[in-house]
Design a protein around this ligand. Sequence first.
Ligand code: URA
Length: 492
Amino acid sequence: MHTFALDHPADLEGWRETARAAYLAGLQPHEVLWTSAGQPSPGDLFAAPVAGNGADATAALPAPVNEGELRVPRGFMQLAREVVCHRDEARFVLLYDLLFRLQSDRHLLRKAADPLLDRMVRLAKEIRRDAHKMKAFVRFQKVGERTTVTGDTREQFVSWFEPSHRIVRFKASFFVKRFTSMDWSILTPDDCVHWDGEKLRFTPGTAKPAAREDALEDAWRTYYASIFNPARLKVSAMQSEMPKKYWKNLPEAELIPELVRSAQSKMASMVDAAPTLPKPAMMRHREIAPEEPALDLGKVSSLSELRTALGGCRACPLHGPATQVVPGTGQSSASLMIVGEQPGDQEDLAGRPFVGPAGAVLHALIDEAGLDRDDIFLTNAVKHFKYQPRGKRRIHQNPAAHEIDTCRWWLEKEIALVQPKLIVGLGGSAMRGLTGRTMAIGRARGEEIAHASGTPVIATYHPSYVLRAPEPEAPRRMLLEDLQRAHALLAA
Ligand code: URA
């Protein structure tokens, strides 16, 4: 039995190094165990760990017997990145088992019914859920200010959070991106992470610090009370989104009982006031329910699973002539989702959205508007290229309303998985995909529109309209203005 000692309980790099060496040394899954600082290995508490950690630990291994490269599909590392954060003590052993089996079965990650894969997918899902909670419930308290060497003042914040799993390292970059301009520390019982504007540092976990009242908490409570909407109060749904376990660390949580108590009377006055309020645009039209394609999808719970499922979509005839399906691209943590019409000729060949001429216009304007490309999820209302062959050329055809409606199921899934803060719809097809109704962009641009999830939607012109217009300045300017508005809204 070989036992490898890792640096910490979610040490993906250390595991990767040692797993690679173990595989090349011909070690079977039942011959390896992993331990990490502060955590014994499962099943074999008495085995002596291999000295050192990571690459050092592999020095004691037998000479390589497996020739050549260890190869894994891209989805494996994505899965591993999440699974290592889980508190399941068998996580590293299970990952090695999966890695081992992938060498003889390249398509294992597509076999959703495989019990090992199923278990890993469930662990990964629990991590994503925990990560979502962390993103939503970390609350910073201001604890001071400091002057940098260049004379700037940086405010310093601290937060206490108790995640269910070891997700601090996994999610740290999200907080760096979101709170780059302040110094902060997130303290948890397992790990603490600190950002000083330049460097991310990790330190061991700590005990819960004494509560400290300050103005930031008051401000947060005021904000929370002002956004509380009694018409949407569903206590059970609220508790499943914001489980009670997190309440004790949320400054706004103490407001909840009173807000719930007063909800009924607030609701009554909202009903009285309703006739004087402008109706949300979406309510003026019949909602068209997105149709679920006739596919056995099982439970699609991640973007990679969605991409796999999309590859088999036969819900409308557009898949026939198309080269391939073109799913959305971007991080599942993206704040902004931009929805186009359908892939064009180049996107159909590349399998990625917005890589052709319209994409070039869009990316230039995204940059000009100051939006962060890495924080955008790009997708289309229709996922297959619709065209008419003409000689050697393929001429773009607008998708029909029923084709957009059939494809809405996929767009809805993307929105549910990414949960963007804001959506930009480029052109009429995108807006139909997002709202189920046909609208003229010239009019829709000024309207307040929301997706069924409540996410605000900015309707704007499609970049190909900029390319086609005899006088492109005006649509280009309007598209830029709308992207700048998106930037301002996200920054606020
Ligand atoms: N136009 C779109 O709407 N989407 C693309 O991906 C490319 C061009």
